[in-house]
Every structure is written in C-alpha cells, then in structure tokens.
Design a binder for this molecule. Structure first.
Ligand code: SME
Length: 157
C-alpha cells in the first residue's frame, strides 16, 4: 500500500463519499488494529482538517488514548466522564454543537468548540470511541454520524 490519499472538495456528503472507499481500501487488507486506527485518523484529518481526530480504546474499564491526529490530549477518561465517557456509558453517538455548554465536557484544548463521539460497538460491547473535535462551533450533524458509522463498522477487532 502507501499510495497518496486523494483529497477532494465538495459538500460534506460528497467528501465522505470520496474518502470512505479509500479508507475502507486501506484498512481492508491490514489485520493490525493500531495500524488501521492510525491511518483512519490520518485520512480523516487530511480530508477534513478538523482540529483533532482520534480514538480511545477501552482498557481495564477506562478509555485510553489510542491513535490520533492533532494536539496532545487527555490520556485516560472514566466511564460517564466527558463526551467520550458518556458516549461509552450510553452506547450512543453524541453530537455536541458547543462543548462549553456540555456539562462535564473534558477540555483537552480550549481551541475545541464542537465535537462528535461515536462508540465502537461489537456484540453490544463498547470497544472504544472515535472522537472528533472542531475549532468551529456546530460542525457536526447526522450526516457526519451516518458516514463515520460506516468507517466504525469496518474496523476489525
Ligand atoms: N472532549 C472530550 C475529551 C477528549 S478530547 O477532546 C481529545 C470529552 O469531553 O470527552
């Protein structure tokens, strides 16, 4: 592998439609989880240039920082803490338009303004989360949730 990513312009949906097949192609032949999570974050960061894109994985009943792109971040998050811990506890996608208005939000950076967190569920068990932060308010919506879920579903544990 190791070809350049084709970064495209267009509506958000069009960008996802261009980038997702490339991501699925990159991860489909590689069995190593960390390698695949690393490339997913790199591809999403390159396409969308969000402030922070990364994974946390459940280890010993905590979320532990895993591959990411962006500034350094909090390393451990307890269940029910912050947006990530809430998404884990509830097994729900959480979309936060304004992180400052979210009770208990964990501010790894003051530059983060809005956020989406998707739990990675396998047989009803949360293996980790995909967390994306934007430096703009109100960046994420159901379109993001719908397309990012396709990436989550393709990750082999
Ligand atoms: N804001 C997250 C913490 C993780 S960082 O944004 C990378 C939260 O509230 O769970």
């Amino acid at each position: 592998m190791a070809e350049d990513l084709k970064v495209t312009q267009g509506s958000k949906a069009e960008q996802y439609q261009d980038i997702i097949p490339q991501i699925l192609g990159i991860i489909s032949d590689e069995p190593d989880l960390i390698a695949n999570l690393a490339n997913i974050t790199a591809a999403l960061k390159e396409q969308f240039n969000w402030f922070w894109v990364g994974f946390y994985l459940v280890k010993d009943n905590e979320l532990v920082l895993a591959p990411f792109q962006g500034p350094i971040a909090c390393t451990r998050i307890a269940k029910g803490r912050g947006v990530c811990g809430d998404a884990w506890e509830k097994s729900e996608v959480l979309i936060v338009a304004d992180v400052d208005a979210y009770p208990g939000h964990i501010a790894c950076s003051s530059q983060s303004k809005s956020e989406i967190v998707l739990p990675i569920l396998r047989n009803g068990v949360c293996m980790g989360v995909l967390d994306i932060d934007s430096s703009e308010l109100n960046t994420f919506d159901e379109v993001d949730a719908q397309y990012l879920q396709k990436i989550i579903d393709a990750i082999q544990f």
